[in-house]
Design a protein around this ligand. Structure first.
Ligand code: LLP
Length: 433
């Protein structure tokens, strides 16, 4: 096994072992000991590093400096209001996929509409109307029917809508099939030949302004060639549309940049530079304003989930650490067989064991690690599940009538509860016996 020190390299300096008050080595988030947060706020507990989120936004801005661009943070990755406020404070816009996400954005950034793009295959009439009234930057339309509804709604409200067609470039993202979106058998986007017809149609609508071309081929993509290929097809389409007289000002390159869940493999600066090259090379000379919709790359590595070991258990020779977090708190391992590194918050022993780490939920799929080599820990010890800042808390549920976990944002020496733990009464409030 890699030593825990080494395995944390990519999350430094935000997450690192340091000598705690006790003199023992403990995992910290910035200047705050995770053990102290767990003692104070209970577990399971999501903890985020503000410094890492700012650093990632900054790295994006630097990598894309050669081209006029707007970062539209993908709200779905982590939509807790305080995170959205932090992101908005850095001057960043948002990518939303529902009316609810748009409302969240306005709570966090009341005047933020001018930097919002609205994506998604199933926008309802009410959602389109809300976005139109708010005056967002761009609608990424995904079908002829959606375009028709948008045009009719815009005409009724006498509000102009700037549109891009989200094209489906038929490029394989080479990622998990559930989060791969760029092949024609996926529900997303419009194949490029059909998109050309839609642009011609849109240009005839009095309240639609053809403004861009959009693409998003999937998530957790680590093969940069796939971005380059998709953007190459987008660039060809932009040239063709311009020849036909369309004023294409924006290319929306979507999100999808993957992170290294398995520990130290290069550093983020190098990854983002390679990503920027892949996106920018095909757009060279095109003179467009680039929109980017990163989610995971901004917040993924900035969050950990703290869980306490409730019980140790051995069935024949198979070992289990039963922790107090479950698949309702963090679904990624169950849903995608996703790998998340797990470390012990206090470093007590150099001894290791091969064990499963599982939750209390009544499903065999309720696991965080299987046959994993981990340091030997006791009942009552605290574990940190790493890289859960994206698609962690947002995928939480009340399965088994468990309240959703609390969330804490650390900024230097300060730690703020940004979402309190959900109580039983919170859950009951919705029901009508
Ligand atoms: N833009 C669009 C249109 C998207 O559909 C997505 C993600 C993004 C941007 C942001 O992608 P990112 O930069 O975060 O890769 N729950 C899954 C991931 C689902 C991604 C959905 N769409 C997971 O836990 O891996």
């Amino acid at each position: 096994m890699k030593g825990e020190r080494e395995s944390l390299a990519l999350r430094r300096p935000s997450f690192a072992y340091r000598a705690a008050r006790s003199g023992k080595s403990e995992l910290f988030c910035e200047a705050v000991a995770l053990e102290s947060l767990a003692a104070r706020h209970g577990t399971p507990l999501y903890v985020y590093s503000a410094a890492m989120i700012r650093a990632r936004l900054d790295a994006f801005a630097r990598a894309f400096r050669p081209i006029p661009h707007t970062l539209c943070y993908s709200v779905k990755a982590n939509s807790t209001l305080a995170i959205l406020r932090l992101v908005a404070g850095e001057g960043v816009g948002f990518d939303v996929v529902s009316g609810g996400e748009l409302q969240r954005v306005f709570r966090a950034s009341p005047k933020g509409a001018g930097k919002v793009v609205f994506s998604g295959v199933g926008k309802t009439a009410a959602e389109l109307e809300f976005a139109l009234r708010s005056g967002i930057l761009l609608f990424n339309a995904e079908s002829a029917s959606e375009l028709k509804l948008l045009s009719a709604t815009a005409a009724r409200l006498k509000k102009r809508a700037a549109i891009a067609i989200r094209v489906n470039p038929d490029v394989s993202a080479k990622t998990h099939p559930y989060i791969s979106t760029g092949l024609h058998q996926h529900k997303f986007g419009v194949p490029i030949p059909e998109a050309r017809t839609l642009y011609a149609l849109a240009a005839q609508q009095p309240y639609l302004t053809v403004a861009g071309v959009s693409v998003h081929i999937g998530s957790q993509i680590t093969n940069m060639g796939t971005f380059q290929e998709a953007l190459g097809r987008v660039a060809d389409l932009v040239r063709r549309l311009r020849r036909q007289g369309h004023d294409i000002r924006y290319v929306d390159a979507g999100g999808g940049l993957g992170i290294s869940y398995e520990g130290a493999q290069g550093n983020f600066e190098e990854q983002i530079a390679a990503y920027a090259r892949a996106v920018l090379t095909p757009l060279r000379g095109l003179n467009v304003h680039l929109l980017l919709e990163p989610g995971r790359a901004i917040v993924g590595a900035a969050g950990v989930l703290l869980a306490r070991v409730l019980y140790r258990k051995t069935n024949r020779r198979k070992r289990f650490l039963i922790v107090d977090a479950g698949m309702n708190d963090l679904l990624r391992p169950s849903l995608y067989s996703a790998y998340h590194e797990i470390v012990s918050v206090r470093r007590k022993s150099h001894e290791t064991e091969i064990t499963d780490v599982v939750g209390p939920i009544c499903e065999t799929g309720d696991f965080f690690a299987r046959d994993r080599k981990l340091p030997l820990v006791d009942e009552g010890d605290l574990l940190a599940i790493l890289d859960v800042g994206a698609y962690g808390s947002v995928l939480g549920s009340n399965y088994n009538t468990r309240g959703r976990a609390a969330e804490v944002l650390v900024d230097g020496t300060r730690a703020k509860v940004i979402r309190r733990r959900e109580s039983f009464e919170d859950q009951m409030r919705m029901e009508n016996p």
